[in-house]
Ligand binder design. Structure first.
Ligand code: SF4
Length: 409
């Protein structure tokens, strides 16, 4: 088991203004772009991690704000967050809301704290709408006592894992260099067993084009995940993706296409893959579920361990303070965040795209790619994705395959 990160000296973060200078929130509201209430709150119950994955956007990219926050969330903070979430539900009357317990590594909070926290949120929502609670973990600390709690309290568990043991241990390691696969494999065997399978939400895999895509996919499939998220690693125009200069111009698309063909050609559906299902649905005129493609409004917000209300934390890959709103659960309703330019920009669809993306033939499917991947110092997020060529190739491949099948039938 790894040792939680030590707290380094506090660092002063200068918070820049939201970089998209063309965004006029008042004019957009007047034109009928109403706010879309939040449906998901990501709660940073623990700020530190017991792994030191080399691509982690929280610890290895532009933003370092985690250093200035409490390592673990206090009960007064989550009670305030639960109250704000229930208040938001009462005001907007959704059918349900989702709470995602996140970090760092949320299991570092410990079973006693998690038991109280989940009970407090269930109590805050009694009489309100349905509350779906998820926990996203590296699974290193997952054990039967925690899983019994999750079964009792109806908490579904998503696990991060990057493929085969060799692939995973290249990047998902403890701070001392040891790979994490053996511990995660033990946890996933437990999670997939009959006693706990009902709380297994799925796997999250970060794409590494230097690995064998089909071997990676089949290694993940061996755990029987009901859902599989394939995440293109966070990068932007000032921190571009690692590329082999002698290799393909679109290594991420090539990797994803190999997995798509293996998944799509299987005689029966072996698991759900959100990225592929979203692209297929969007090609056929539907809406997407993920942040990686499409133009659907993003309705998620983050509460940090000190109670700060922040934008979705993938933006931490952009620049220091990119997620800052100046709001907290102690002083502000979640509604106050709905007019932040960083939330508005994620809810206005095509209006938030660069001129190049608006002119692109696949923009309704691609949606300009993941918002965090569009950032360039100087023009903010008004750019195509730094993965533009990969997005174009992947979308053309998937649409070509499904449209050919439809024509045949
Ligand atoms: S493929 Fe490129 S240009 Fe087209 S919408 Fe996506 S990021 Fe924009």
């Amino acid at each position: 088991m790894g040792v939680p990160r030590a707290l380094p000296p506090a660092e002063i973060v200068t918070v820049p203004r939201w970089p998209d200078r063309t965004l006029d929130v008042a004019a957009l509201r007047a034109a009928g772009h109403g706010p879309v209430p939040f449906r998901e709150v990501v709660l940073k119950v623990h700020q530190r991690c017991n792994l030191a994955c080399d691509y982690c956007y929280v610890y290895t990219m532009a933003d370092r704000s985690w250093r200035n926050r409490p390592p673990v969330m206090e009960r007064t903070t989550w009670l305030a967050a639960a109250g704000r979430m229930a208040e938001h539900a009462a005001a907007h009357r959704p059918a349900g809301m989702r709470l995602v317990l996140h970090g760092g590594e949320p299991l570092l909070a410990g079973i006693d704290r998690l038991t109280t926290l989940v009970g407090d949120f269930r109590a805050a929502f009694s009489g309100e709408c349905r509350l779906d609670i998820r926990l996203q973990t590296n699974a290193v600390l997952l054990d039967p006592a925690l899983l019994d709690l999750f079964v009792r309290q109806g908490v579904r568990v998503g696990v991060s894992l990057d493929g085969t043991a060799e692939t995973n241990d290249r990047r998902r390691r403890y701070a001392d260099g040891r790979g994490s696969h053996a511990a995660v494999d033990r946890a996933l065997r437990l999670l997939g067993s009959p006693a706990y399978r009902e709380v297994f939400a799925g796997l999250l895999c970060t794409v590494d084009p230097s690995t064998d895509p089909v071997a990676s996919y089949e290694a993940l499939l061996a755990y029987g995940p009901p859902d599989l998220d394939l995440l293109i690693p966070h990068a932007n125009w000032s921190s571009p993706p690692e590329r082999d200069p002698a290799g393909s111009r679109t290594p991420h698309a090539d990797w994803l296409i190999a997995v798509f063909d293996r998944w799509y050609d299987a005689p029966r559906q072996e698991t759900r893959i959100r990225l592929f299902e979203d692209v297929m649905g969007l090609v056929l005129g539907g809406a997407g579920r993920s942040e990686q493609v499409g133009l659907s409004p993003v309705a998620a917000v983050v509460v940090e361990s000190d109670g700060a209300i922040e934008l979705v934390d993938s933006l931490k890959a952009s620049y220091p303070g990119a997620c800052f709103t100046g709001l907290t659960v102690f002083d502000d309703a979640l509604d106050a965040a709905l007019d932040h330019p960083g939330v508005v920009a994620r809810q206005i669809g095509v209006e938030a795209l660069s001129a190049a993306c608006r002119a692109c033939p696949v923009h309704a499917v691609c949606g300009g790619g993941h918002y965090a991947h569009r950032y360039r110092p100087g023009d903010g997020y008004l750019n195509p994705s730094v993965y533009c060529a990969d997005m174009l190739k992947l979308i053309r491949h998937i649409s070509g395959r499904i449209l050919a099948d439809l024509r045949r039938r």
